[in-house]
Design a protein around this ligand. Structure first.
Ligand SMILES: Cc1ncc(COP(=O)(O)O)c(C=O)c1O
Length: 480
């Protein structure tokens, strides 16, 4: 076939990929309807919707075909198979794991970002997008107390942010393959598993890893930490990295960051803090007090998709010595020769990614349109709610309540004094709660005992939600 004729045929066949203005408007109306339903589900429905007995959702439900399908049927499928089941992120009664909430303005930022679709990897292709990211990093560094020429990146989440920091710490210490087995890292027994995963991904899995036990309040035991470092040094090992927690996932505990910073300085270690859950609490005065010392870290992680209430897909890492971050991540190729001279602030120069979605916009839009004040208020509210829940749980007979929450997680357990029996009862308690679905909680183990958690972080969680969960727990526990 004549090439020109074939090209015109192909252009015609792909023409639907650029929708007309009218087509876009029709789609927008249908999407808006689904958005309304999804939001009202979060506001009024149960926190967790189980599939009806015998029903399954399988990958064949989503099999692609070569032919088109109308938007209405397609959105109905999303509604039936995704919106209607599973955990309703943003529901006020979801207090499981570290709960997320939808941010409508983040959704609009994603929408705009995908439509504008600027190339945000390097500064030259869109200087405004890079400047927006830089401004957000400066803002986060500002409320965490970072000064000087720090650098950072907006990542997809906390795991990648931890990985970015650990790679930077590895390169800042110029760890060569032959040094790995002597290099020693210290973290608390309550560190998030993304830290050990990051060590693995950074090629540091064969370094010496010391899991340090915790005090009764689940903060890292500083005496044991220092003793272990001193012994390791004596044995010829090279203490390299200290990882502190600014809010553990289990209990929301903040390690003594000043104490850890002193030890890191004394032994010349890199001090990283995983504040994926907790660091953003520094936006409010009460949180800032709990996080004292965070400004002394060499690197820190903070997840806007956790404690800044943004929809999933947003982590943040800061590195005090910005050029250490750039040195570990700046690479080039021949095809990049036109990209400009000083690219040290380009996201790609500070990240494993080159091309990336316009993440800065999904964060900047809500914080700009609403201002930062509502976020400060929400964080203070969640901290106070946790204290309120702690007090109310403590009033229930046969309930053990963990330490006074430092941030917004409360742990508790049915406790009759018979540990084995109590484990069964606590498991029964969570099984019943999940089967009913109105509330969604999760458990962990502390000192080998099953405990339930209230992780209070969903934007809509308020005093009513806490009162109703306490009533439900009281009722269930009274029947044991
Ligand atoms: C303390 C902590 N660090 C890191 C992570 C990992 O973050 P992400 O799930 O965004 O990768 C989590 C996730 O809950 C966390 O709680």
């Amino acid at each position: 076939m004549d090439i020109v004729k074939r090209l015109s045929q192909l252009e015609n066949e792909r023409s639907s990929m650029i929708p007309s203005h009218e087509q876009r408007e029709d789609w927008d109306i249908l999407v808006e309807k689904l958005v309304k339903d999804a939001i009202s589900n979060k506001e009024t429905g149960p926190a967790f919707r189980l599939l009806p007995d015998g029903e399954k959702i399988i990958d064949e439900d989503f099999t692609l075909r070569s032919s088109p399908r109308d938007m209405e049927t397609t959105l109905q499928q999303i509604s039936d198979k995704i919106v209607s089941f599973g955990v309703q992120m943003g529901n006020p009664n979801n207090m499981s794991y570290i709960p997320g909430s939808e941010s409508y303005l983040t959704a609009l930022g994603d929408y705009l970002g995908a439509v504008i679709n600027p190339y945000t990897g390097v500064a030259i292709t869109n200087p405004g997008a890079t400047a927006m990211q830089q401004s957000l990093l400066k803002w986060a560094g500002g409320f965490l107390g970072y000064t000087g020429d720090f650098g950072g990146d907006i990542t997809s989440g906390g795991s990648i942010a931890n990985l970015t920091a650990i790679i930077t710490a590895r390169d800042a210490f110029q760890i060569q393959p032959e040094d790995i087995r002597q290099s020693t890292v210290y973290y608390s027994a309550h560190a998030h598993h993304s830290v050990t995963k990051a060590l693995h991904l950074a090629g540091m899995q064969y370094c010496q890893q010391r899991s340090i036990s915790c005090y009764e309040d689940f903060a890292i035991n500083l005496e044991e930490l220092e003793k272990t470092i001193a012994e390791d040094k004596k044995a010829g090992l090279k203490p390299w990295l200290l990882v502190g927690n600014a809010g553990t996932t289990d209990t929301g505990t903040v390690d003594d960051l000043n104490g850890m910073a002193d030890i890191a300085e004394k032994y010349a270690c890199w001090f990283h803090v995983d504040g994926a859950y907790g660091a953003a609490f520094a936006l409010c005065d009460q949180g800032k007090k709990q996080l004292a010392g965070i400004e002394r870290t060499d690197s820190v992680v903070l997840d806007p998709h956790k404690s800044l209430f943004l929809s999933f897909g947003c982590g943040l890492v800061l590195v005090k010595n910005g050029s250490a971050l750039t040195r570990a991540h700046q690479f080039a190729g021949n095809y990049m020769r036109d990209k400009g001279v000083d690219e040290s602030h380009s996201p790609a120069s500070n990240s494993a990614e080159l091309t990336r979605p316009f993440r800065a916009l999904r964060m900047w839009l809500p914080l700009t349109v609403l201002g930062t004040e509502p976020y400060r208020a929400a964080l203070e509210e969640k901290m106070l709610l946790a204290r309120y829940a702690h007090e109310k749980l403590g009033e229930i007979e046969n309930v053990w309540v963990g330490p006074l929450p430092q941030l917004s997680i409360v742990v508790f357990r049915y406790d009759s004094g018979d540990a084995a029996y109590d484990d069964k009862i606590n498991q029964q308690l969570i099984d019943e709660i999940l089967a009913e679905g109105r509330f969604y909680l999760s458990t962990t183990t502390l000192n080998n005992m099953v405990v339930l958690r209230l992780a209070i972080l969903a934007t809509r969680t308020n005093r009513n939600a806490i009162d109703s969960i306490i009533d439900m727990l009281k009722d269930k526990i009274s029947q044991f």
